[in-house]
Design a binder for this molecule. Structure first.
Ligand code: 13P
Ligand code: SF4
Length: 355
């Protein structure tokens, strides 16, 4: 079925989006779409109801058609909802995996199904490509916790101490840094500096976690993830009391007393691998809630306990927003070239270290 009407045809004909009404084309659920997308529905049927599928399927069909027309790929973070993660994402993973895919892709257009700092990272690694974020409001409390000026002040306070910056930051902050890290390589990056002390910013809890894994002295900043800081040891204790066999897997952005209770701590990708290989009877993924749904779609034998903390920024990214992003090529991520050059060095240094 052709995905088109007056609006899409006008956009394809090169008319500027402002010259036409930005109306999403009507996308009906037809028997042809139902048949064609049956293999995709099979992937998510444990976590997406038939009623929801009626709404999602035409959008998925339209997005996958637009992707081909635009020579685009969608990089989907592990926190995307299952219909995005499993049905339109070309590459899926944690921040590091997505940055590596961004560095490798030959597509002309990258749509970041994630938050703004991830799209900026993709743009840094692909200055000549069009990088789109489907909703400009998709921020991050960690990225908002620190500015480039803060990092310059830290350098003055700690002369000679290298600055390792979590990728969950703006390009301005990365530009003031020696190297970036993600939750999956933070210990390795810190130790690669070869110094006795390292500034590891801005996530205080990630820094505290890394401190338990290395002899390098870590100097932290007071930034927190608004999703992970809400988990408490008390709530996890009550789940454990209810069923002592429940396994607890935590992200390192969680507070230290939460991490202390965990059977395993790692990046979102490492958490997924743990569940897929260990196949626990019952598990709590102490992280953003959609990730449990994504893993549950592939591991129906595992029971997931879901203290459902959602990231409001990640949840800005919907199928509708991705569709409009591809149709109207909105919202393009741009970075001041002088900032980009310095920030790129910090990201590339990390990517090269962990190839
Ligand atoms: P990961 O790199 O582990 O995917 O974490 C990114 C993030 O934003 C977690 O909140
Ligand atoms: Fe930022 Fe936390 Fe959302 Fe991750 S989950 S994007 S760290 S606010």
């Amino acid at each position: 079925m052709a995905v088109g009407n007056a609006t899409t045809d006008a956009v394809r004909a090169g008319k500027t989006p402002t010259a036409i009404a930005r109306v999403r084309p009507r996308l009906p659920f037809t028997p042809e779409i139902a048949r064609e997308l049956e293999p995709l529905y099979a992937k998510v049927k444990h976590v997406v109801t038939p009623m929801e599928w009626v709404h999602y399927a035409p959008l998925i069909k339209a997005i996958n058609t637009l992707k081909k027309e635009r020579n685009a790929v969608i990089l989907a973070h592990n926190y995307m909802t299952p219909e995005i993660f499993h049905c339109v994402g070309d590459f899926r993973g944690d921040s590091l995996q997505l940055a590596k895919e961004a560095a490798r892709t030959e597509a002309r257009v990258i749509v970041q199904a994630g938050v703004h700092f991830m799209a900026e990272t993709s743009k840094l690694l692909n200055p000549d490509k069009t990088v789109l974020i489907p909703d400009l409001r998709a921020g991050c409390s960690l990225a908002a916790s620190i500015t480039g000026a803060d990092v310059r002040a830290l350098r003055e306070a700690y002369p000679g101490v290298p600055v390792v910056t979590y990728v969950n930051t703006s390009a301005d902050v990365k530009a003031e840094s020696d190297i970036c890290c993600t939750s999956s390589n933070a210990v390795k990056v810190v130790e690669s500096m070869g110094t006795k002390r390292v500034l590891l910013i801005p996530d205080e809890y990630l820094s505290k976690y890394v401190q338990t894994k290395t002899k390098v002295e870590i100097i932290a900043w007071k930034g927190h993830c608004e999703v992970h800081e809400r988990f408490t040891a008390e709530e996890l204790e009550s789940y454990r009391r209810a069923d002592p066999g429940t396994r607890i897997i935590a992200h390192p952005e969680c507070p230290p007393d939460v991490i202390k209770m965990a059977d395993f701590t790692g990046s979102t990708a490492a958490m997924i691998d743990w569940v897929k290989t260990k196949r626990p009877r019952k598990v709590i993924l102490v992280t953003e809630c959609s990730m449990s749904s994504n893993v549950a779609a592939e591991a129906p034998d595992v029971e997931f306990v879901r203290p459902c903390n959602l990231c409001p920024h990640m949840k800005r990214i919907s199928l509708e927003a991705i569709h409009d992003s591809l149709l109207y090529l909105q919202h393009e991520v741009t970075i001041d070239p002088a900032v980009a050059e310095k920030a790129r060095r910090a990201v590339e240094r990390m990517v090269n270290l962990t190839l």
